[in-house]
Design a binder for this molecule. Structure first.
Ligand SMILES: Nc1ncnc2c1ncn2[C@@H]1O[C@H](COP(=O)(O)OP(=O)(O)OP(=O)(O)O)[C@@H](O)[C@H]1O
Length: 306
């Protein structure tokens, strides 16, 4: 797998604050890379550096094989980006905004502009309202229009900063479905988010930013791989303990943790001994547990306490 985004020792200082503190990102072709971090952890600053909008204090950024910002002209036409609250002209329609954006960017032929705009409006679910002025759009519609702009060039890489901000649950679901569709079609997606659930549902690879530092980066499947223990739910936990002598590592109410990654084998032993069992499953850590262990804080703690 080739690197689509690679950074080495990337640092951004604002005065005395190290907003991004020496990170080595590794985003590969075909990833949905979930870039997770609490508000203020440095995600937007990182995204801006990836796209050459902000210069790093030190370190390197490689985007689609080119050193940024130098390679920008060459590689940016292959990248679609949506950064914090996309700006539009409120008095113009969504369609007119996209037309201006399309005309301003490189490589978009004039003759095919209309078709391209129709296509992306359809993709993001704005086909019916493309002619309305943007000032009449809800926040969610503006966000979708931003995404439509990012899709105009059929990019191989999408870089999205908090793409579901301001969307209602239905809108979030639609965007998620669209992104997964694009991913299936071969688009690599880099998605920054402070929402654990969003990343857990979509990402194939995860990077966790904590106060400017990348404290974790791996495949989601590896991070949440089975622990080698089986969780047994039983109304008679003490009978489970007695039957599986020495293999029980913890009991919490009706939940018993048993060493061994073969629930069928554990079940057979319990059934033979006549121990009632309500459920068995392989134990897997949730992404939240993994993030808490690595960062000491959960990115979406703000939401969690609501
Ligand atoms: N231009 C700037 N000048 C000074 N400080 C800045 C600037 N831009 C960002 N910061 C600071 O850098 C830190 C990281 O900000 P950044 O916007 O990258 O975080 P974030 O993870 O994207 O958070 P959010 O989701 O709230 O945007 C914050 O403490 C922020 O106040």
């Amino acid at each position: 797998m080739s690197a689509v985004i690679a950074t080495r020792g990337l640092v951004k200082r604002f005065g005395r604050l190290r907003a991004v503190d020496g990170i080595d990102l590794d985003v590969r072709e075909g990833d949905v890379y979930g870039f997770l971090g609490a508000n203020g952890s440095g995600k937007t600053t990182t995204v801006r550096m990836l796209l050459g909008l902000v210069l790093p204090t030190s370190g390197e950024v490689e985007l689609l094989g080119g050193r940024m910002p130098r390679a920008g002209r060459r590689v940016l036409p292959r990248v679609g980006a949506l950064i914090e609250g996309p700006a539009h002209y409120g008095h113009l329609s969504g369609r007119e905004n996209l037309s201006l954006l399309d005309a301003a960017g490189p490589g978009g032929g004039r003759r095919t502009r209309r078709t391209r705009i129709d296509e992306v409006l359809e993709q993001v679910g704005l086909a019916g309202v493309g002619r309305r002025p943007v000032k009449a759009y809800s926040l969610g519609m503006r966000q979708r229009l931003g995404l439509a702009g990012a899709l105009l060039r059929r990019p191989e890489l999408l870089v999205l900063d908090e793409p579901t901000n301001g969307l209602d649950p239905q809108g979030i679901h639609e965007i998620r479905t669209l992104l997964l569709e694009l991913h299936r079609g071969g688009t690599t997606i880099f998605l920054s988010s402070h929402l654990l659930a969003e990343v857990e549902q979509m990402a194939t690879r995860v990077g966790v930013l904590d106060r400017g530092r990348l404290v974790l980066q791996d495949e989601l499947a590896v991070l949440t791989a089975p622990t080698g223990r089986t969780v047994v739910h039983s109304p008679a936990p003490e009978l489970v303990r007695a039957t599986l002598d020495g293999r029980v590592s913890a009991v919490d109410g009706e939940r018993v943790l048993v060493r061994g990654a073969d629930p069928a084998e554990v079940n057979a032993l319990l059934v033979q001994a006549g121990v009632p069992v309500r459920g068995l499953a392989l134990e897997r850590p949730s992404l939240e547990e993994v993030v808490l262990a690595a960062a000491g804080t959960s990115p979406d703690r703000v939401e969690a306490v609501r």
